[in-house]
Design a protein around this ligand. Structure first.
Ligand SMILES: O=C(CO)COP(=O)(O)O
Length: 256
């Protein structure tokens, strides 16, 4: 079983950047030559979303890195999905490992946030992934399936969901999963979708890989049949390198 969706590459800028560095990054992206058959999204910190939307080419869509669980109101320090839509944001990342393991978000909250964001018309980049000790205890698929189930408990329409498999041990460590390790989990996720949701959703949903992706390792990963793109952290802060990763879609086309 192989996915049929377009290649998708997201750049997660995390809590990085300044007015000046983001201006430069946007200029680099605007002048880049990106292959046609890849969807490209960047996720700046909230504060810079206006700057990015006002200056970035329409070729690239803008994502938030998080949002509040429901409608806005008296929730100091939060940003609602309604507000993201209002300023032109198209996507939101949910369940990133840093939000799960540093900030302490639960599976249940992440599922609710995702459903609310989808109900407002945002696309959701739904992250899953195991910690090193979970992998070493052979619990990788158990953990990932539990995280997927929490999304499935709340989501009924999967058409705007992209699943990002990001093993925690590979994030920001320089220890990328091997293409075989990533493919194994991606295939398991697709089978899970087929069994628990539907064959149609399993085939249509993009499953992207994140964790120490760079310009040197992206082509080999992209060749794997169930790897439909990437969620890139550190390397997405360098315009030319991020564009090379987007253009790894050419390696995918040669492989299929
Ligand atoms: O967390 C990530 C993307 O969301 C991956 O980060 P790195 O690419 O820096 O490992």
């Amino acid at each position: 079983m192989t996915g049929s969706g377009r290649f998708f590459v997201g750049g997660n800028w995390k809590c990085n950047g300044s007015t000046a560095s983001i201006k430069q990054l946007v200029n680099e992206l605007n002048s880049a030559s990106i292959e046609n058959d890849v969807d490209v999204v960047v996720a700046p910190p909230f504060l810079y979303i206006g700057q990015v939307i006002g200056s970035l080419t329409d070729r690239i869509e803008v994502s938030a890195q998080n949002c509040w669980v429901g409608k806005g109101g008296a929730f100091t320090g939060e940003i609602s999905a309604d507000q993201l839509v209002d300023v032109g944001v198209k996507w939101v990342i949910q369940g990133h490992s840093e939000r799960r393991h540093v900030i302490g978000e639960s599976n249940a909250t992440i599922g609710k946030k995702s459903a609310y964001a989808l109900s407002k018309g945002l696309g959701v980049i739904a992250c899953v992934g195991e910690k090193l000790e979970e992998r070493e205890a052979s619990r990788t698929t158990a953990v990932v399936f539990e995280q997927l189930q929490a999304y499935a408990d709340e989501i009924s329409d999967w058409s705007k969901v992209v699943i990002a498999y990001e093993p925690v041990w590979a994030i920001g460590t320089g220890k990328v999963a091997t293409p075989e390790q990533a493919q194994e989990v991606h295939a398991a996720i697709r089978s899970w979708l087929s069994e628990k949701i539907s064959l149609e959703v399993a085939l249509a949903t993009r499953i992207i890989y994140g964790g120490s992706v760079n310009r040197s390792n992206c082509a080999e990963l992209a060749k794997k049949e169930d790897i439909d793109g990437f969620l890139v952290g550190g390397a997405s802060l360098k315009g030319p390198e991020f564009v090379s990763i987007c253009n790894a879609v050419t390696a995918k086309k040669v492989a299929v």
